[in-house]
Design a protein around this ligand. Structure first.
Ligand SMILES: NC(=O)c1ccc[n+]([C@@H]2O[C@H](COP(=O)([O-])OP(=O)(O)OC[C@H]3O[C@@H](n4cnc5c(N)ncnc54)[C@H](OP(=O)(O)O)[C@@H]3O)[C@@H](O)[C@H]2O)c1
Length: 276
């Protein structure tokens, strides 16, 4: 069972922290089974104040005797981290990389031949077990490795398996996605304020409405347009609101935003200055 396995998380930053927080819990991972690392000594206190796990700055020590090594550092730090841990990795260990833009081939070139690599693209709602993670596998990954990676990310939300060439699109859609929705919520809440609602109430109305709409989509598996039609009464008020959205080019703006983010995701590992 995946939860009997031990995990090292290299890079307990925003994403690493969200994933670990989602993983620890009754019937899931024990905090003793997870060890994390950060780059700066001062970050240790930050992690310790939020997560009850062992944490330090020594990656070699952290990966020792771990079944799974999750890497959640910035893309530009991957080369350094992989070269650092490569001599200490053994073939039984599974590497799961969450780094944007870094391919399984890139990782396989830097670790001993035969080490299994799975690439994961989660998002921060993992902290509340409401994450969305896309997975793809490297050349040496067997079904058991894919199953292990899936079990890890299923315990913090939903998972989907995709071809690796689609991972930049996934990054732009579901990894960046929470940011788009926060802007939508902020804007709609502003509208409520303009109409006289207290900001707190307005934000609650919008957030719960977004959650409800997502639940309707997930439970019905209906096309979003069909669900939209159920809310849109002929000659009612929703159609007037929708017409404004069309005039403001909401659809094309969202499509272009995701395409732009995917283009950036494709280049991230190459365009940033190498840093330790
Ligand atoms: N944030 C998201 O929503 C999200 C979603 C999907 C994928 N990702 C990907 O996940 C990765 C991490 O993103 P993030 O937003 O979590 O970044 P972040 O908050 O900057 O976290 C990166 C962490 O890596 C640590 N680190 C850097 N170099 C290290 C080293 N040599 N050894 C050990 N730890 C090291 C940093 O330590 P210090 O704290 O000491 O600096 C920091 O805690 C990126 O590749 C990103 O593209 C992020």
């Amino acid at each position: 069972m995946a939860s009997a396995k031990t995990i090292a998380v290299i890079g307990v930053g925003k994403l690493g922290e969200a994933v670990i927080a989602g993983l620890i819990g009754p019937g899931k991972w024990q905090s003793e089974a997870i060890q994390g690392t950060v780059h700066h000594e001062k970050s240790i206190e930050r992690v310790k104040s939020r997560l009850n796990i062992r944490v330090g700055t020594n990656n070699i020590e952290a990966i020792k005797n771990k079944d799974i090594v999750i890497i959640a550092v910035k893309p530009q730090n991957m080369d350094y981290v992989l070269k650092e841990i490569a001599p200490s990795l053994d073939k039984k260990q599974l590497i799961i990389s969450c780094a944007t833009s870094v391919t399984t081939a890139y990782i396989e070139e830097r670790v001993p031949k035969g080490v299994a690599v799975v690439r994961a693209m989660p998002n921060t709602p993992a902290v509340l077990q409401a994450g969305m993670t896309a997975l793809c596998a490297g050349q040496s990954a067997l079904q058991e490795h894919i199953d292990t990676a899936e079990a890890i990310f299923k315990s913090v939300g939903e998972t989907a398996f995709v071809d690796e060439h689609l991972m930049d699109g996934v990054t732009a859609l579901s990894a960046s996605g929470p940011a788009y929705f926060y802007v939508v919520v902020e804007s709609l809440a502003e509208a409520g304020v303009k109409l006289g609602l207290p900001r707190e109430t307005s934000t609650l109305l919008v957030s719960q409405t977004m959650l409800g709409a997502a639940k309707m989509l997930l439970s019905s598996r209906s096309h979003p347009a069909l669900l939209k039609d159920t809310v849109t009464t002929p000659a009612g008020c929703t159609i007037d609101g929708l017409m404004e959205l069309e005039e403001g080019k909401l659809r094309v703006t969202l499509i272009k935003a995701v395409i732009k983010a995917a283009e950036r995701a494709r280049d991230l590992v190459n365009t940033q200055t190498a840093a330790k």
